[in-house]
Ligand binder design. Structure first.
Ligand code: UD1
Ligand code: CA
Length: 474
């Protein structure tokens, strides 16, 4: 049986952020979520995973604007256990806090993972557990990696026979130790009984005055037990300590997401310019043009094209939709065969049924447009429902806000709304009605009615020429 301890209590000072480091996101997912994926795969059950967090991060006060790890776990992973480390005094101290919270149980093996190593795969951790189990004398197995630039990591110090001697933190190391390129990934499998015995023996005699978990490995050698090192993939070892590290991890994951999309049947022109969260779903035979950003829980149906420069978050597109360039779309549903843009903005609560056309410089919010509605130019549709086949002319505005509250505009089926019409909500236009261009609609329009509200036009015979003559003289 294996228990997993996930360390996430560090202050993450190098991030310079009020947000806990492990809640920073890469490719649309918090670092902690990725580490938990690995932890769950290794433990086989979220209830066998203990996350160590600081007292400050355990607050769950919803009135507190600051995102906390405690609130994140409660909302997304309610079955994981939490151990509080107060105050955080190093990785060894963090594992002590987990032990004190009864995290190990009677497990044979305790796996320790860092919340800030997001590219680690479960397979590598399982290999570590196997390596520990294979060797009766082994007290610890540690995952190492050889990096061209090992700056910042703890180094694996070996003797002349290449046997493991100790892990030396960069801050405590000599200049010759700094040249070592084999590093500690911060991933371990411990013999539980040995770990329990060793934790009370840790001291904080080092440059950071912290209790280092890495010292448990030296204690193993002292106790005539073995330390097994397993060399892993350098690409998976990346630890995130700064925003620069975060950008590297984010870039790698997004590149992977783009490649996976292409393998899944999406045509991506200029893949290096496309930004995809890995939570985005692209069905086969979709096309993503250059400089597109697709985020969150976006789903793109088969046959759909997302045009150049669009920014999309949490939107669902049906099949054969054409989104022309430079649209901004968030929390919207776009039905089969719709044509959107260029330069359209679909905001939260937009729901377009099949075959709707929304053209350039049209903004929609909480707008339900039934099948075949056309609103092609320079329009604002907010808090509105529009029946099938209705045509909305250029420059139509729903006046949904009276300075105090939002009101609804309801337009029926087969309506013709002329250009430059204002609909002062709350107001209803019946099925089959016609609203003349330039009308300000303040009263309901009956079914099949015709509404016009304009100042009558005067024509002055020769008035234009007389005006020009006057201007020339003055
Ligand atoms: C640690 C290792 C280093 C290794 C590197 C790999 C130690 C002493 N050093 O260094 O050998 O190369 O990871 O990425 O272990 N944490 C707590 N409580 C604390 C301190 C840290 O929970 O009191 C957590 C952090 O949130 C983080 C993890 O432990 O998730 C590692 O801590 P960090 O301070 O980032 O250690 P590194 O300096 O990166
Ligand atoms: Ca780290």
């Amino acid at each position: 049986m294996t228990s997993v301890v996930l360390l996430a209590a560090g202050r993450g000072v190098r991030m310079r952020s009020s947000r806990p480091k492990v809640l920073h996101e890469a490719a649309g997912r918090p670092l902690l979520d990725r580490a938990l994926d690995t932890a769950f795969a290794v433990a086989g059950d979220p209830a066998k995973v203990v996350v160590v967090i600081s007292k400050k991060d355990a607050e769950r006060d919803s009135s507190n604007e600051r995102a906390t790890v405690g609130a994140f776990l409660a909302a997304n992973h309610p079955r994981v256990r939490i151990a509080i480390q107060d105050p955080p005094r190093g990785t060894g101290d963090a594992v002590r806090a987990a032990a004190a919270a009864g995290a190990f149980g009677k497990a044979k093996t305790v796996v320790v993972l860092s919340g800030d190593v997001p590219l680690l795969e479960a397979g590598a951790v399982k290999a570590l557990v196997d390596a520990l189990a294979k060797d009766k004398k082994a007290a610890v197995a540690v995952l190492t990696a050889t990096l061209p630039n090992p700056t910042g990591y703890g180094r694996i110090v070996r003797d002349k026979k290449k046997s493991f001697v100790r892990i030396r933190e960069e801050k405590d190391s000599s200049s010759s130790e700094r040249k070592i390129c084999e590093i500690n990934t911060g991933t371990y499998a411990f013999d539980r009984a040995f770990l329990e015995k060793s934790l009370p023996l840790l001291t904080s005699e080092n440059s950071q005055s912290e209790f280092y978990l890495t010292d448990v490995l030296s204690l193993a050698l002292k106790a005539k037990r073995k330390v097994v090192t397993v060399s892993g993939d350098p690409g998976a070892a990346l630890g995130v300590n700064s925003r620069e590290d975060l950008a590297v991890v984010d870039g790698l994951l997004r590149e992977r997401a783009v490649r996976a999309a292409m393998r899944g049947g999406t045509t991506i022109r200029r893949p290096e310019t496309v930004t995809l969260d890995e939570t985005v779903v692209l069905e086969p035979d979709t096309t993503v043009e250059p400089f597109v950003t697709l985020l969150g829980k976006t789903v793109v149906g088969s046959g759909t094209t997302i045009g150049q420069g669009c920014v999309v978050k949490n939107a669902v597109f049906g099949q054969n939709v054409t989104v022309r360039p430079y649209c901004v779309i968030e929390s919207a549903v776009v039905g089969d065969g719709c044509v959107v843009g260029p330069f359209a903005r679909l905001r939260e609560g937009t729901d377009l049924a099949a075959g709707v056309h929304v053209g350039n410089f049209v903004e929609t919010k909480k707008a339900k447009l039934h099948a075949g509605v056309k609103a092609n130019h320079l329009t604002y549709l907010g808090d509105t429902e529009i029946g099938p086949r209705t045509n909305v002319g250029a420059g139509v505005i729903t006046c949904n806000y009276d300075g105090f509250a939002k009101h609804k505009t309801t337009i029926g089926a087969d309506v013709f709304v002329g250009s430059d019409v204002q609909l002062v909500a709350p107001v209803t236009v019946g099925d089959g009605a016609i609203v003349g261009a330039g009308t300000t609609v303040t009263k309901d329009v009956p079914r099949d009615g015709l509404a016009v509200a304009r100042v009558p036009q005067k024509n002055l015979e020769g008035g234009g020429a007389a005006y020009r003559a006057r201007k020339k003289k003055s």
